[in-house]
Ligand binder design. Structure first.
Ligand code: ATP
Ligand code: MG
Length: 619
């Protein structure tokens, strides 16, 4: 036989249907292996099943160990109720479960319900089950080898259950070859454990790599958090997602028609470049559900660029009847009785939380800036000599002392009082009083207890965007007639895109007409923009229309509004007067979501006095 062209009959038999065998019942071993293929496709999936069993058994502590990415060994130890010795063998047979009686598949309140996980695991590796039923005199052990269930024997175990799975997929080499590197499989295990641990904050978890049996590496230790689920949740999320998430997250809580939503969603400035920070749970079950992910995405659509992904941990709670959990082999997806209600609840609650955050930007950006202010090389002054007053005072009166009036982009402004014009103390205004403009780009403001640096262009862009959207939603956006219409030359595609949407653009305060000879005539621009470069504006809007060609009208208009906003007259490089800067700050305070620009970048950063004092070693 020629190696390059293998004989199909030799490897795969003849064409389908040509030799038919009689129908027959597969034996239990084959059936288990087939079922196992769906339930455990990789070590992390086995870990998920075992930890869910531990949680169903009301464990307070769960210890997870693996070797070689889980390929050679997986072990889950819990302190739950255990299994009575006479039921051990039953636990390993298919469709045997203590969790439902089978009469009502709509009322599922446990992770498990199929009675498939343990038999499936027994079919793909060497399984050892040791358990001590609460109150039993001793523990019992059972081994499955080559799919043969052994005899139940007495064993030593103080309480709970230990399930060990060795040589995963050693009986199905094809599947073994599909596994990824040890490191990738280990990573997947870590991810699964973190997800499970989020939904059970009252339970303690450890995750240990025992590849080197003499030098185990503990990768994760989560102590049980006190209190009920929602008291315990913040602590657990902080432990898993980090203090950064905790500081940049908004609490989300909503309820509608018996459907509850709770959890935390991060500020848009804390977004990620991939959908990796999205933890979604339905009645405590981690799911990767399209509906939920879509709703999360939609809620942030206004405040994130298309290539950014929100970060959130959200828990949806409903009556078991309102959701079908039996639609996916690994239970990773669910089906809702009323998907519209779920979507509406999530989008509504998140938008409200985001709007409530108002002008809040990300604190981590502040921390990053702080890092950039790292002290320079060894001090030039001698010990005992006073620090240069200019520098140390700058720690408190940053703008005034360090920069002086001449430092304000070279312009001299009359000094203004610490109060605002209307006499209100700066504390009423979280973004403070504008003190200086630096590099014709940044506004430095003094707040009640620190300083704020605003990116004037990003901030103005956000304000324009919000105003345009609001105006567009209620009526036509006010346009400003150009005294002299601008004649703009654009390529044919851009011209066509603009003229096709001329009516929509007119509603946005942008009036364009054909001018013959491949040119367009721009008659009106949105008044809010101020004086703009008409050609650049039209070219950008045309790009947005061409890019969005396949999308719906609303999405295209959003894209246009976003582009138009960039053309506001307050751009980087424009000098601003004190009152003009203060007006911008006040408007930011009054505008929802002004803490980040349309691309999810922050519009301002804040350093409080404590941070500044730390910079100068005063703390
Ligand atoms: N760690 C454990 N502690 C106590 N009992 C357990 C444990 N693991 C399994 N069991 C018992 O063994 C039974 C079978 O477990 P298995 O995971 O195969 O099925 P299940 O959890 O009922 O359903 P599913 O297949 O959906 O996970 C369970 O119903 C439970 O009674
Ligand atoms: Mg189970």
């Amino acid at each position: 036989m020629n190696v390059a062209t293998p004989n199909i009959t030799a490897i795969g038999g003849s064409a389908p249907g040509s030799i038919r065998r009689p129908i027959r019942q597969l034996d239990a071993a084959a059936a288990n292996r087939i079922a196992a293929g769906e339930v455990v496709e990789r070590p992390a999936a086995a870990i998920k099943e075992l930890v869910e069993n531990a949680l169903d058994a009301e464990a307070r502590r769960v210890a997870i160990a693996y070797a070689d990415g889980g390929k050679t060994l997986l072990r889950v130890t819990d302190d739950g109720t255990g299994i009575p010795p006479e039921e051990l063998a039953l636990a390993l047979s298919r469709h045997a479960t203590s969790k439902i009686d089978g009469t009502d598949l709509t009322d599922i309140r446990s992770f498990g319900f199929r009675g498939e996980a343990l038999p499936s695991l027994g079919a793909v590796g060497r399984l050892t089950l040791t358990s001590r039923w609460a109150g039993a005199a001793e523990a019992a052990r059972l081994e499955v080898r080559g799919e043969v269930i052994g005899a139940t024997r007495p064993a030593a175990l103080a309480r709970g259950t230990v399930v060990e799975l060795a040589g995963l997929f050693s009986t199905t080499p094809a599947r073994l070859r599909f596994l990824r590197s040890d490191r990738a499989e280990a990573q997947a295990i870590g991810e699964v454990v973190r997800r499970l641990a989020m939904a059970a904050p009252g339970v303690g978890f450890t995750l240990t790599d025992v590849t080197e049996p003499d030098a185990p590496r503990e990768l994760l230790r989560l102590d049980p958090e006190p209190g009920d689920l929602f008291d315990a949740l913040p602590g657990r999320l902080r432990a898993i997602l980090g203090a950064d998430f905790a500081e940049n997250a908004l609490r989300v809580e909503a309820e509608r028609e018996g459907l509850g939503l709770a959890g935390f969603a991060a500020l848009p400035t804390f977004s990620r470049g991939a959908a990796v920070g999205q933890y979604l749970f339905v009645n405590g079950r981690a799911v990767r559900d399209k509906l939920l992910v879509g709703a999360l995405r939609a809620a942030y659509a206004d405040v994130l660029a298309r290539d950014r992904h929100p970060v959130a941990a959200l828990f949806l709670i409903c009556e078991p009847e309102a959701v079908d959990v039996n639609v996916h082999p690994a239970k990773a997806e669910v089906r809702f009785r009323d998907p519209g209600l779920v979507r509406g609840l999530i989008i509504g609650a998140l938008k409200q939380a985001l709007a409530g955050a108002g002008h809040r930007g990300a604190t981590t950006t502040g921390a990053g800036v702080l890092g950039a202010f790292r002290p320079g090389p060894a001090p030039a002054w001698q010990p005992g000599r006073a620090m240069p007053t200019r520098l140390s005072r700058a720690a408190l009166g940053f703008a005034e002392e360090l920069l002086g009036p001449d430092g304000w982009s070279g312009r001299v402004e009359p000094p203004r009082p610490a109060e605002l014009a209307d006499g209100a103390p700066a504390a009423d205004h979280p973004l403070g009083v504008a003190r200086a403009q630096l590099h014709a780009t940044y506004i430095v403001a003094q707040t009640a207890n620190g300083i704020v640096i605003v990116d004037q262009h990003a901030a103005h862009e956000r304000l324009v965007y919000e105003r345009l959207k609001a105006a567009r939603a209620t009526s036509r956006v006010p346009g400003q007639l150009l005294l002299i219409p601008e004649i703009v030359e654009l390529d044919a595609a851009a011209r066509a895109a603009l003229l096709d949407e001329a009516a929509e653009l007119q509603a946005l305060g942008l009036v364009v007409e054909p001018f013959g000879g491949g040119a367009l005539c721009l008659r009106e621009t949105p008044a809010i923009l101020g004086a703009v470069d008409g050609r650049a504006l039209l070219a950008d809007v045309a790009d947005a229309l061409i890019e969005g060609a396949g999308r719906g009208l609303a999405a295209r208009i959003d894209a246009v509004i976003s582009r138009v906003s960039c053309h506001g007259s307050i751009r980087a490089g424009r000098r601003m007067s004190g009152p003009e800067m203060d007006a911008l700050l006040r408007e930011m305070e009054a505008t929802p979501l002004s803490g980040q620009c349309n691309h999810g970048r922050p519009t301002y950063v804040e350093l409080d006095l404590a941070d500044i004092e730390r910079l100068f070693g005063r703390r």
